[in-house]
Design a protein around this ligand. Sequence first.
Ligand code: HAM
Length: 532
Amino acid sequence: MPAETKLWNRVEQTAREVFGTFGFGEIRLPIFEPTELFARSIGLDTEIVAKEMYSFEDYDTSELLELLESRKAALTWVDSPVTQPFGPLGAGAQAIFQPFSSVIGNVVRLGLDAFQKGRIPRTPDNERLLADLKDGIGTFVGSLNSRSLSENRQAVNSLKGLVGQLRFGDSLCLRPEATASVCRAYIEHGMHALAQPVKLYYMGPMFRRERPQKGRYRQFYQIGAEVLETVRKEVASGEWLVASAKDAATDAEVIEMVMAYFARLGLEGVQLDINSIGHSAPACRRGYVEKLKAALEKVKDKLGADSQRRIETNPLRVLDSKLESEQAIIEKLPRIGDHLCADCAKHHAEVKRQLELRGVAYQENWRLVRGLDYYMRTTFEITARGLGSQNAVCGGGRYDGLVELLGGPPTKGIGFAIGEDRVILSLQEAGKGGAAQGRDVYIAWMGEKTLATAIRAARDLRQAGFRVELPPVEQKFGKALGQADKLGARYALILGEDEVASGQWTVKTLADGTQGKYSEAGLLEFLRKQKS
Ligand code: HAM
């Protein structure tokens, strides 16, 4: 709503200004991207990719009507109840299962046709699935009589499984974040050829299928920034992932920038947590994760179901747990800081020194691991006041190698994203919300003969940048002033026939009721003076 939008605009405009002073340029990214882009970068075992993405197959329904119908018929097909659960069904099987083979036959026939015409993706997977289905029908029909009921049902299910894997269109999704999109754009537009590093920022809606609550929405807004730097070939041929002192300075400057931004906004209770999660070598994070896993196995019985599951899928995420009963156990687990390789430890120490040089206060938090797989070395999170449990207003970190993973050249990266909804909430809680739109001048015109003058006055005042309300029809004096008051106008310009004839316009200051008379030029001057 307008009063809030004003605050949103200030938050966005301030980002543009502050990020601009650090040399960042804005990039506008698409809302849809291939699902694959996020699956590869964020990681399959993360909550975002496993549970929270809004993805769909992109195809023209009208071209595939029959195929869609036949897929639905195949996937929803069930046999009619039979009483004999054991032993071969004999000739009875034909009557029960023949209909299914013709349903699958339709899928294959229509599927092959659509494949040949390019109406479904001509991928090797689709080609293989259609061939397997074709063969599968033959085997299915040939063995019907010699199989038991449950064996036939199993065969039905495995054919259904193949049908379910057929892709009718490319899988697209509503972006759950934008770092992967920035990397895709970096590769697609050959940005490695630009002066390095490339500094980009973005803002806009992101989508995650989370359980909504205060500060957590399914469509939410991020303001993010990324610094990307392709490593030149001579370095790339060796151990290009080795940290350099330059990297630590970049990390610190990116953090300094977001803290400067929050300070400019007047965000309250801001706290910066930092950590290093090392890099994925056996002598660094991988070794640590093994140790962590072993330690977690020992206390498995005392952990909740989520953490138990994560021991297998993503042990680092156990450290994120907010469960009260797990806190004392987690405190005793091995800490990553004690297991970093020399290179990562040096980088982390340098980031801290650089933050101190810049006067940025931080707190070390060894449990800060973040929920996306692309991070390495520096991770950070910023919290603010007035938000309850969803109090992280910014998350970020280093992601060297992500561009390469997506098919680009060896590139280093560091960035963050701010949860704009949460920043707004925190500012509102602190009483820093926006006021209603308001008006500078309400034109109370009386008498048809004054309308032309009122219209001209409105136009001239608007051109001079004032917010003007010109009532479309004539009003009685009292009603006009009441309306001006309701709209929060500062002045009423009173135009009656006398004013128009004399060229001396009456201006009433609504806050104190004082009145003055001005010529047209004098009015503009008066209003300008009041504004400055
Ligand atoms: P993230 O931690 O997933 O990181 O999200 C960053 C911020 O977005 C969070 O700290 C939070 O303020 C906000 N946020 C996340 N989910 C929601 C939600 N459902 N409702 C409201 N706000 C939310 C990233 O997205 C990374 N791409 C950050 C990054 C950029 N790392 C490197 N570069």
